[in-house]
Design a protein around this ligand. Structure first.
Ligand SMILES: Nc1ncnc2c1ncn2[C@@H]1O[C@H](COP(=O)(O)OP(=O)(O)OP(=O)(O)O)[C@@H](O)[C@H]1O
Ligand SMILES: N[C@@H](CCO)C(=O)O
Length: 312
């Protein structure tokens, strides 16, 4: 049996709505994502286990990972032998951490390996984006590609191979806090303005391109100073209880930036020291998350989706 792990990710990354995404790795070494195991079997089967399995339908056909298996057998590798697939659901649904992307990416990575189909990066990303789009209300790559490739990715349909890795400051800490309630991505997208002025559109492009060039040239503090969300935050903050209070309070504890992770409700804060990250996390644990929520101090996960070794 082989097990593939797909890390959590933060779509948008504040300054790049639908265009930037970053994969996360808790600094305590714990896994924050989904896992898909596959092994040869007499007949196809699917099971979903893990801490968030009960948040999903118990009907296999309703699960994205199983839908990936059915699609793969029908359209990619019809001669593939029967397989027993197990999804370990390690991320809450509607979290803002790329939960559905994790299931899809881990499933296709595991199936591509099991069937020996050796799909290209672009072919795999297109497959993954097709399935992510089924549930998120739109086709966006900013969870799929950082989850699959790792790191910070500039990502879009129009980009060669769908993603370009962007340099990042390895000393930054990302404090993430999932409050414990869900926010459906499709609903969070419906809350967005349907039109932006020419001025706002041009400014978004100027800010995103400036950010990427500054990051790529190692001018990380200048890049950090450019980080503003002019597309989604104003419309989505009212949907996320406590976000506005956190945005006001956390800079006093050392947060350089506070922004929404993906479509929310998870938020993230960028800190330059672990001491500041601990202070920010403590505030979030006391004021932002309920008993079903969690917080992690993270770095960027630079490995992306990978096989977990010594799985029995
Ligand atoms: N394996 C799966 N993982 C996550 N969602 C799934 C899965 N299978 C089916 N779904 C359904 O897909 C929908 C995912 O919606 P949504 O995109 O809001 O969640 P998400 O991907 O978990 O959110 P986010 O990307 O913000 O973490 C939910 O309605 C969920 O029930
Ligand atoms: N970029 C998408 C999803 C991110 O997880 C959005 O903000 O709706």
């Amino acid at each position: 049996m082989k097990t593939f792990y797909a890390p959590a990710s933060m779509g948008n990354f504040c300054v790049g709505f639908d265009a930037l995404g970053a994969a996360l790795q808790p600094i305590d070494g714990s896994l924050l994502g989904d896992q898909v195991s596959v092994e040869a079997a007499e007949r196809d089967s699917f099971s979903c286990i893990g801490p968030y399995a009960d948040k999903l339908s118990s009907i296999p056909e309703d699960n994205l990972a199983y839908q990936c298996l059915l699609h793969f057998k029908q359209h990619v590798a019809p001669s593939m032998p029967a397989v027993a697939m197990t999804l370990h659901k390690g991320l809450p649904v509607g979290s803002g951490l790329g939960s559905s992307a994790c299931s899809v990416v881990a499933a296709f990575a595991a199936l591509n390996d099991f069937a020996g189909t050796q799909l290209s990066q672009s072919q795999l990303i297109e497959l993954m984006a097709d399935f992510e789009a089924k549930v998120s209300g739109a086709r966006h790559y900013d969870n799929i590609t950082p989850c699959y490739l790792g790191g910070l990715q500039l990502t879009a349909e129009c980009i060669a191979d769908k993603a370009i890795s962007v340099a990042h400051d390895e000393s930054w800490f990302y404090v993430i806090a999932y409050p414990g309630f869900a926010l459906n991505t499709a609903k969070a997208r419906q809350a967005l303005p349907q039109q932006f002025s020419l001025h706002d559109t041009v400014e978004f492009a100027q800010r995103l391109s400036g950010f990427c060039l500054l990051m790529q040239s190692g001018q990380f503090d200048k890049a950090l100073a450019m980080m503003q969300d002019s597309i989604a935050e104003a419309a989505r903050a009212p949907l996320i209880a406590g976000f506005s209070e956190a945005k006001k309070a956390l800079p006093d504890l050392g947060a350089e930036l506070v922004s929404i992770s993906g479509a929310g409700p998870t938020l993230f804060a960028i800190c330059k020291s672990e001491q500041q990250a601990n202070a920010v996390q403590q505030w979030l644990q006391q004021n932002y998350i309920n008993e079903a929520g969690f917080s992690h101090i993270c770095r960027l996960d630079t490995l992306g989706t990978r096989e977990l070794k010594d799985q029995k």
